[in-house]
Ligand binder design. Structure first.
Ligand SMILES: [Zn+2]
Length: 71
């Protein structure tokens, strides 16, 4: 499971749809048209569900660059 995200066709920014789904469920609704509010353009974009992608499930954050380094 992950969050379905889209890429804004105008700005290229990632838009979080807030919908939790997985690749298998997404595959069933690829041709579905979805209207999504884009906070970047501050308007609705009409997209296909198949244009979105499932964001990877929670992954551990990368090591902090501020962590002390021991030689
Ligand atoms: Zn947009």
């Amino acid at each position: 499971m992950g969050v379905l995200v889209f890429r804004c066709p105008a700005s290229g920014e990632t838009i979080n749809s807030g919908v939790h789904t997985d690749e298998r469920s997404l595959a069933k609704v690829r041709s579905l048209s979805v209207k999504l509010y884009c906070p970047v353009c501050q308007t609705m974009h009409l997209m296909r569900a198949g244009d979105g992608q499932v964001d990877a499930p929670a992954v551990p954050p990368p090591p902090s660059p501020l962590a002390p380094v021991h030689p």
